[in-house]
Design a protein around this ligand. Structure first.
Ligand SMILES: [Zn+2]
Length: 330
């Protein structure tokens, strides 16, 4: 009897332990399944079931030269073509150079007090139309000195100096964008065919010079120019949209093309006053031989913007669009 008990007790204990163990492993399996399901749902809605720590904005001192931090234009030059069977290869549109600054926004702070500067949350996109010109080299030197990147909306010029300047603009990391070839309203806006002719000339010229066609355009006179005599601007907007080209107008001007003979200080004041009222400013300035005062005014504008902590940026694919006339379907 005793021997029998000795054999029976461990057996019974074993059976009990086995049932407990299998019950526990089933529970573990169930819990794993639930966890997987909740993770799956989390992914679908773009989140994770676990709270992720929010990245803290990095605070840096100001003024903060951005020289060298931008990706530069070299990555953008993607010449297309080669052994094309077609007799005339059409230039392929390539996206705007990736010039974005670091993805983490940095708020400029006062190096002495440590306080965030008053314009730290402002983005300023300086744009220069109608170049290249005899002032472009000086402007580029100045921009390099301050370590800022801007956007040039250029027109068509074929002399050696201009061809060199298109390349210099791109090489130094600025955004190069189209502003028509001729800039002659009556030629460009006469019909969609005429617009296309002009567009093809500027896009071919830039493709041959810098190796790609920019995907940014500014209508001569802006989209609200009122120069499209027979047509509205809509057919021309559609033309660009069909080619995935974005057009940009402006929401701040320095007034250098208004006909008023502003002084250097007034041009700077007009610009800074406009920027003070906006979170994101696309600023219209001009780069022509006559606009030496605009060039000079940048020696006030850029350091002031930097002292106040504003971010000076080139227009890229991420830049919020500023358009006076929207496409008909928007
Ligand atoms: Zn213009």
């Amino acid at each position: 009897m005793f021997v029998l008990l000795l054999a029976l007790i461990p057996t019974v204990l074993c059976v009990i332990l086995f049932t407990k163990q299998s019950k526990l492993s089933r529970e573990v399996e169930d819990m794993e399944k639930q966890l997987r399901q909740s993770q799956g749902q989390g992914n679908k809605t773009g989140g994770s079931p676990f709270p992720t720590p929010t990245p803290t904005p990095t605070l840096t001192s100001s003024p903060q030269p951005t020289d060298g931090t931008a990706a530069g234009g070299d990555g953008a030059s993607v010449p297309v073509g080669g052994d094309d069977v077609e007799p005339t290869p059409t230039p392929t549109l390539t996206p705007t150079p990736t010039l974005e600054p670091s993805p983490t926004p940095t708020l400029a702070v006062d190096p002495e007090t440590g306080e965030v500067l008053p314009w730290a949350d402002k983005q300023v996109y300086l744009t220069f139309d109608d170049g290249p010109s005899g002032n472009t080299d000086d402007l580029l030197d100045l921009l390099k000195e301050y370590g800022v990147k801007v956007t040039f909306f250029v027109i068509g010029k074929t002399d050696d100096e201009s061809l060199r300047l298109y390349k210099r603009i791109v090489d130094e990391g600025h955004s190069l964008a189209m502003h028509s070839y001729s800039h002659k309203y009556e030629e460009i806006y006469n019909s969609v065919e005429d617009f296309e002719k002009d567009f093809t000339k500027i896009s071919d010229l830039l493709y041959d010079t810098i190796g790609y066609v920019p995907d940014l355009y500014r209508f001569p006179g802006g989209s609200s120019n009122g120069k499209c005599k027979k047509l509205t601007i809509q057919p021309f907007i559609r033309f660009l949209q069909e080619r995935d080209i974005r057009y940009f107008d402006w929401n701040v001007e320095n007034g250098d093309a208004t006909g008023v003979n502003y002084t250097v200080e007034q041009l700077a004041e007009n610009l800074l006053d406009g920027v003070s009222k906006k979170k994101s400013s696309v600023v219209l300035c001009h780069d022509t031989n006559a606009k030496t005062k605009t060039l000079e005014s940048m020696k006030i504008v850029i350091p002031t913007l930097q002292e106040k902590g504003a971010q000076i940026l080139p227009i890229t694919a991420d830049t919020p669009m500023v358009r006076h006339v929207l496409p008909a379907d928007e």
